[in-house]
Design a protein around this ligand. Structure first.
Ligand code: PHE
Length: 345
């Protein structure tokens, strides 16, 4: 009797097929549910004679496996479009999308700056954020007790140690020193990195910011090379037609030194808040590497000359994205950060 039932249901299961989720659910309830056929048959099985149990046990298990296998294989192919009757789930509702992380605006700008200089053959160099006096100051021609050291308000970690003062680097020029000490010219490299200065935090100043500095040392490098390199950089970064001008300046490690302005990218020179109505904004410092610096790093200053430059990434990003408060870069407010999703991949 039980055998007959099993034979009949086996035929039914073998013949069954659907790609509809609700029909499959009906199948599951009918055969595999808590009040389903398999449950009933196992109940009946308890009452059969011991001899029958021996012969039927295996058949019964195979029948159960058949029903389960059928259900699993149809489930993989079901369209999932129908509402599962007893689950309360509407499988047609759209999923809950997840947010892909966004790049930080400073990372986007740094990547773009690096890309431009890489196309000119510059490589990327890095160095430590905790520096000694030699690499941050002395090798760069900052004389001892010279007021130039106050140009950059320094966070000192240790005063007067074995290697002189230890401090958080105030610029990535220290990486230029390390590079020149460790290798032989020619050098063509940029140094991106975080730098620290002891300044009160406001919309226009922060106690840390990010720089990209650059160094080019070879035979016969002139100020014309410096100008052309930086001119190309600005055209690539802010678009063709952006004007540049160089104003004489002073840095202990370059001679002559200059600051470079570009025509305001926001008002195009008409005058706005960003350029303080002058039409120009300063974006970097630069100059010909002082021969003293080359000699300090073991490079023959009679044979080699070079240029160097340094810029703040925040400043470049401010102009690119019209961000007026430096603090936004380090506050991690996702409402701010999310805006830069696809600005520059
Ligand atoms: N190190 C300078 C600064 O941090 C920038 C600079 C680099 C200027 C190289 C000239 C040459 O302000």
């Amino acid at each position: 009797m039980l055998q007959d039932k099993i034979t009949q249901y086996t035929a039914e299961i073998n013949a069954f097929s659907t790609d509809k989720a609700d029909e499959l659910e009906q199948f599951r309830i009918r055969f595999l549910g808590t009040k389903g056929i398999i449950k009933d048959i196992f109940e009946e099985f308890k009452a059969v004679s011991p001899e029958e149990k021996r012969s039927l046990g295996k058949v019964l298990n195979e029948f159960k496996q058949l029903a389960e296998a059928k259900y699993q294989s149809l489930k993989e192919h079901s369209d999932g479009t129908e509402v599962a009757a007893d689950s309360g789930l509407d499988l047609t509702l759209p999923g809950e999308g997840f947010d892909v992380g966004t790049r930080h605006p400073l990372a986007l700008v740094r990547k773009e700056i690096i890309g431009i200089f890489e196309r000119l053959g510059f490589v990327v160099a890095e160095g430590p954020e905790i520096e000694d006096d030699w690499h941050n100051f002395s090798a760069l021609n900052f004389p001892e007790e010279h007021p130039a050291r106050d140009m950059q308000d320094t966070f000192f970690i240790k005063k007067g140690g074995e290697k002189g003062d230890i401090a958080l680097r105030t610029h990535t020029s220290s990486v230029q020193v390390r590079m020149m000490e460790a290798g032989k010219p020619p050098f063509r490299a940029i140094m991106p990195g975080r730098v620290y200065r002891n300044e009160a935090i406001s919309a226009r100043a922060h106690c840390f910011f990010h720089q990209v500095e650059g160094l080019y040392v070879d035979e016969n490098v002139s100020f014309a090379d410096l100008k052309q390199t930086l001119f190309y950089f600005v055209q690539e970064l802010y678009g063709e037609g952006t004007k540049v001008r160089f104003r004489p300046s002073y840095f202990p490690f370059t001679e002559p030194s200059a600051e470079m302005d570009i025509s305001c990218t926001i008002c195009k020179g008409d005058g706005c808040q960003m350029c303080k109505h002058s039409g120009w904004v300063e974006i970097l410092g630069c100059g010909m590497v002082d021969p003293n610096v080359l000699e300090n790093c073991g490079i023959d200053s009679k044979r080699y000359s070079g240029f160097a430059f340094g810029m703040g990434i925040e400043r470049i990003a401010n102009l690119k994205f019209e961000i007026r408060d430096l603090r936004l870069f380090s506050e991690n407010d996702v409402r701010f950060l999310k805006q830069y999703k696809s600005a520059l991949i």
